[in-house]
Structures are given as C-alpha cells and as structure tokens.
Design a protein around this ligand. Structure first.
Ligand SMILES: Cc1cc2nc3c(=O)[nH]c(=O)nc-3n(C[C@H](O)[C@H](O)[C@H](O)COP(=O)(O)O)c2cc1C
Length: 176
C-alpha cells in the first residue's frame, strides 16, 4: 500500500482539525510542520500539506514549494484553510498567489473553509486584523465576504465541516 503523511501548520487550530480528520480517514501519519524535516517527508509516496491563509499566503507552504526537486516523483497535495467562503474565484486567486505556473501543474490544490478566533491570534496577527478592520470599515464598497470577516472579529466562528475533506480523500486514493 502507498504510504501517506499529512503535514500541517496551524495558528489557531482550524488547519490542525482538518489535518487530523484527513489523517484519520486516509490512515496516514500526521506531522506538525514545525517538527518535520525534509527527510521525514521523503519517506512517503504521498505528501498532504495544510496551512492557514494569511493575507492570501498559505502558511508554511514553502516546505513543499521550496523543495520541488527533492520531492519529485511524490504525489503532492496542498490544502489552504481560510475564513472566507471557498468560491471558485477565491480558489483561483489563492492558487495564483502561492504557486508558479510550473508548480501548479505538479500539485493538487484544495481550499477549505476554516474559521476565525481572534482570541487565539498572536499579537502581530491581532494588529494586522485591527488594521484590516479599520480599512474595511472605511471602504464604501465592502463586499459580503469582507463583512463576514468583520463579523467574525466580534464573535469567533467555526465553518469547518468533515464533508469538505472528501475531495482530498478521493485525490489521495486516486492512482495517477
Ligand atoms: C492576519 C490575518 C490574515 C488573514 N488573511 C486571510 C485571508 O487572506 N483569507 C482568508 O480566507 N482568511 C484569512 N484569515 C483567516 C484565517 O485564514 C483563518 O482564521 C484560518 O482558519 C486560520 O487557520 P489556522 O488556525 O489553522 O492557522 C486571516 C487571519 C488573520 C489573523
């Protein structure tokens, strides 16, 4: 049987929750990215990487995108976890911002909806969110997603759903 590892980096626990579900259902090993070395990943046939979205960037994704040569011949799956709804245009924006055209063709990418909990954010992220709140509050054309983000600022929100991991589980199972 092909071996699979799920590696994740999570600031407030949403990506970790998805990573644990995926590892459980795919009977894969689970690793926190902070403690994972490239050699640890290279032992597996399939590597699933998950990171939260921070200003459009997938937290820690360089562990994969920065080592494409070393990881060639592996099946690479990356999932980002953000607070916004995962509309097709958002998925495309995140893909474009995080992967070069060459890498896009070598990685299976998924976007999952996590949540938001200001109390679990570090000082730097709290300050960034404060700036965003002020900026959005002043913008006359604030869209629904931004309004949703502002609402989460006041009350923590959790949009995680175990059903959302199905396409990732199918991708792990599919032989290429
Ligand atoms: C400073 C900051 C920037 C963020 N930027 C985005 C973003 O660009 N898009 C998005 O959908 N969510 C954004 N979020 C929300 C996080 O992606 C969301 O809370 C996610 O579930 C965090 O996952 P984690 O707890 O596993 O790190 C941001 C949150 C913070 C604190």
């Amino acid at each position: 049987m092909k071996s699979t590892v799920v590696v994740y980096q999570s600031k407030s626990g949403f990506t970790e929750k998805y990573a644990r579900w995926i590892a459980e259902d795919a009977q894969a090993n689970l690793l926190e990215a902070g403690g994972a070395k490239l050699e640890d990943l290279a032992r597996y046939d399939t590597i699933v990487y998950g990171g939260g979205l921070y200003i459009g960037g997938i937290n820690g994704v360089k562990l994969i995108t920065g080592h494409m040569k070393e990881l060639e011949n592996k099946k690479l799956i990356v999932f980002g976890v953000g607070a916004s709804p995962c509309r097709p245009n958002v998925v495309e924006e995140v893909r474009k911002a995080n992967f070069t055209d060459e890498i896009k063709g070598k990685i299976h990418f998924f976007l999952l909806r996590g949540g938001f909990d200001l109390s679990k954010c570090g000082l730097k992220d709290k300050m960034l969110m404060n700036m965003l709140k002020i900026k959005l509050g002043k913008a006359p054309d604030t869209d629904e997603d931004a309004k949703g983000m502002l609402a989460c600022y006041e009350h923590p929100a959790d949009f995680t759903s175990r059903d959302a991991i199905k396409p990732i589980l199918d991708c792990i199972k599919n032989v290429e």
